[in-house]
Design a protein around this ligand. Structure first.
Ligand code: GLU
Length: 452
């Protein structure tokens, strides 16, 4: 084994895949070679980004793009702007993205990029100057048929706009090189909503499958207050569920009203987040309680569904046990690798512990991010398709396609788990997602001579 710098998040993602692939690899040992090859990015770009602050002084950041795998199409994946960004985090995100994109059924490879730039406390002017400086270098390495970045934490519609404008100036081409564009200049309807809506559509299938039920009156814990959490919450409310919480890195907001969060309040929170402020700036007029420094998972006695939608490793083993104790039967990640391995083990053990579908009480059915949150990148894929056609589909058309993709994704995970993964009456969606995504990518890589 080569002596590599420690990359804990990336190792965690690789370990999860390796362990869950084992039943498949035992039957098809030739694929072990593919697993060895797929772990190494095709290319990593690292660059310097210097930009000018409003006071005229210089600021410098690290810029990255991990072009991980292009077996299924151009590299595709978001750009994260957050002070914690480093190569371990971008390699884990890029690695997950390969299999996630495969699960959408669309033709997209996997990549991820970003910078350790912190958007908090920056003016719009500074954000624009950073985005232009970042794209000055990145524009040499991407392209509509090469690598198509999009948003992620810290990169929303405003940042994509600045980056698109910069790309156009540096390369003199108006092409679909980024997704998440503005609706009036090449963006797709439903792209902002897609990750959150898709997450809820995926869980709709889990609810139907395990308990023949739906969202009516389900009590739902959501973490995060960004794009994914906001639209997941709105869709849950629309389908009759009760949103109990939203959170950010400073704490959790719990609803005091039995109706849960109100859609109008979520719109106010969206505005606060657009201004890069913390949730403490939301007054809530007495309808909510604030829990400083806390995550939602241990704050309520009873809930039905948990949707971690903030960032990686936001549910610990202990918190997973608290969720089980509160009666949570469904957990699906809106964030990438939202659960620690210890938390996944708690949920998967609960699933394995039952021997008949009649006694599923006490289990928590777990869906990993690469399946449950693939709706975002799926609509990015639809945005690429619309850009190639130079056409724009209606919101209804895009939403219907998103729904179909999420239903297919759930069925693929479920059926693959039943076919390959070790037993249990309730299938392991994490094993199913990993095996289905991996086999699709590995087969394409074999056809293209990447392994033999
Ligand atoms: N950053 C999102 C993800 O984690 C979206 C990527 C994209 O649309 O390319 O899947």
């Amino acid at each position: 084994m080569a002596n590599l710098a420690p990359e804990p998040e990336f190792q965690q993602a690789v370990n999860e895949i390796t362990v869950t692939l084992e039943p498949f690899l035992a039957k098809h040992p030739e694929y072990r070679k593919a697993l060895e090859v797929v772990q190494i990015p095709e290319r990593i770009l690292q660059f310097r980004v210097t930009w000018e602050k409003d006071d005229g002084s210089l600021a410098v950041n690290r810029g990255y793009r991990v072009q991980f795998n292009s077996a299924l199409g151009p590299y595709k994946g978001g750009l994260r702007l957050h002070p914690t960004v480093n190569l371990s985090i971008l390699k884990f995100l890029g690695f997950e993205q390969i299999f996630k994109n495969a699960l959408t059924g669309l033709m997209m490879g996997g990549g991820k990029g970003g910078s350790d730039f912190d958007p908090k406390g920056k003016t719009d002017n500074e954000i624009r100057k950073f985005c232009y400086a970042f794209m000055q270098e990145l524009s040499r390495h991407i392209g509509a048929d090469t690598d198509v970045p999009a948003g992620d934490i810290g990169t929303g519609g405003r940042e994509i706009g600045f980056m698109f404008g910069a790309y156009k100036k540096y390369r003199n081409e108006f092409v679909g090189v980024l997704t998440g564009k503005g609706a009036n200049w090449g963006g797709s309807f439903i792209r902002p909503e897609a990750t959150g809506y898709g997450l809820v559509y995926y869980v709709t299938e889990m609810l139907r499958d395990l308990d023949s039920t739906d969202w009516k009156n389900k009590r739902v814990l959501i973490s995060g207050a960004g794009n994914v959490a906001q639209y997941a919450a709105l869709k849950v409310i629309q389908l009759g569920g009760i949103v109990l919480s939203l959170s950010d890195s400073t704490g959790t907001l719990l609803a005091s009203d039995p109706q849960g969060f109100f859609a109008a309040d979520i719109a106010d929170i969206a505005q606060i987040k657009l201004e890069r402020k913390s949730l403490t700036a939301f007054s809530g007029a007495g309808k909510y309680t604030w829990h400083e420094g806390k995550r939602p998972w241990t704050l309520v006695k009873e809930a039905d569904v948990a949707l971690p939608s903030a960032t990686q490793n936001e549910v610990s083993g202990e918190e997973a046990k608290a969720l089980l104790k509160a009666g949570v039967r469904y957990i699906a990640e809106g964030s990438n690798m939202g659960c620690t391995q210890e938390a996944i083990d708690v949920f998967e053990d609960s699933r394995k512990s039952i021997t008949s579908l009649q006694e599923t009480k006490g289990i928590c059915y777990y869906a990993p991010g690469k399946a449950a949150n693939c709706g975002g990148v799926a609509v990015s894929g639809l945005e690429m398709a619309q850009n190639s056609q130079r056409l724009k589909w209606t919101p209804e058309e895009v939403d219907a396609k998103l729904k179909e993709i999420m239903i297919n994704c759930y069925n693929t995970c479920r059926h693959t788990a039943i076919e390959y993964a070790e037993g249990g009456v309730v299938p392991s969606l994490v094993a199913g997602a990993n095996i289905a995504g991996f086999v699709k990518v590995a087969n394409a890589m074999k056809d293209q001579g990447d392994w033999w």
